[in-house]
Design a protein around this ligand. Structure first.
Ligand code: L34
Length: 286
């Protein structure tokens, strides 16, 4: 079974659109998401365009601010401070990666926690790991949604996550743990990685290397979630971290690239923007 993140996100976005359609009547306005893109990396441009398009579908107001790659860190921090103070803005997202002369941790920390639709702010991360209410990071949240919609039981399963980034590997491992999976976090320096991944009933791959996971690394009937978005070095086409053609026949459930986790990330961003908007009208929630 191939889980389509594209179809699931289309369904969820239609539900959100119906909800948002009631907001002008109830609150006098719709949620407003501001996305900042620094530079002109083609992949980032494509993702940011996807966020604007999804906003349109859901009925969220989207402002995309483009800045040149040589913007200073101080200028970017100034822009964020202005958006933090702007009452018309519910969510702020600075597309990563940033140019090397700008500190990503500084930028992430500069965004007001209540407008942090990515769930990357250290206070949001701390809340997640302390089991407090928080904004869940979009990609891990989207992965759990996909698993549940495919009817995959997580509780009691052995899950292996390849990758330990702040954005995907660590938080997805935490969310799987919260669903009562037993979780192993593996990475590029794990000794004898196939012996670890073959134990996985649920395998989440977020290592960022084209076709890194081969058929010999996957056990029969495993659920395989591919978080990679890479360019195939030979064809230039989009491909995942999993050798899809080889692994698909062994897997009971698998997510494709494109059309898998990527669209779910954007879908959960829409959901987080609505959550940040609604929290402003129920200030006690977090
Ligand atoms: N601040 N930076 C911030 N927030 C994020 O949530 C992201 N991410 C990651 C990169 N930097 C970020 C994204 O938006 C990755 N990412 C992302 C989002 C969407 C897609 C891929 C990565 C996506 O829609 N992928 C499509 C293909 C898109 C294409 O054709 O280029 C897919 O079907 O997988």
């Amino acid at each position: 079974m191939i889980i389509s993140g594209k179809d699931l996100s289309a369904r969820l976005k239609a539900e959100m659109a119906a909800e948002v359609a009631g907001f002008p009547g109830k609150y006098g306005r719709v949620p407003h998401l501001v996305v900042i893109l620094v530079g002109d990396d083609p992949a980032s441009m494509s993702y940011v365009k996807g966020k604007a398009k999804a906003s349109e579908v859901v009925g969220i107001r989207n402002t995309t601010i483009r800045k040149p790659a040589d913007i200073t860190e101080a200028e970017l921090l100034g822009l964020i401070a202005g958006l933090n103070a702007d009452d018309s803005v519910d969510g702020i997202l600075v597309q990563l990666p940033l140019p090397a002369h700008i500190s990503e941790p500084k930028v992430i920390e500069a965004i007001d926690k209540s407008k942090d639709v990515d769930g990357f702010h250290p206070l949001n991360v701390a809340a997640l790991w302390q089991k407090q209410p928080c904004t869940l990071p979009c990609t891990p949240k989207g992965i759990i949604r996909m698993l549940k919609s495919a009817g995959v039981g997580i509780s009691g399963k052995r899950a292996v996550v390849i990758g330990r980034s702040n954005i995907v590997g660590l938080p997805v491992a935490k969310l799987l743990l919260d669903e009562n999976a037993t979780v192993t976090i593996a990475h590029s320096r794990t000794a004898d990685l196939p012996s670890v991944t073959k134990e996985a009933e649920i395998l989440v791959v977020a290592i960022g290397r084209p076709r890194f996971v081969t058929a010999d690394m996957v056990s029969d009937g495993a659920v395989v979630i591919d978080v990679g978005v890479n360019r195939d070095p030979e064809t230039g086409r989009l491909c995942g971290d999993v050798d899809f053609e080889a692994v698909e026949p062994k897997a009971s459930v698998i997510s494709p690239v494109p059309g898998g986790v990527g669209p779910m990330t954007i879908c959960c961003l829409m959901e987080n923007t609505i959550e940040c908007f609604l929290r402003r009208y129920t200030p006690d929630s977090i």
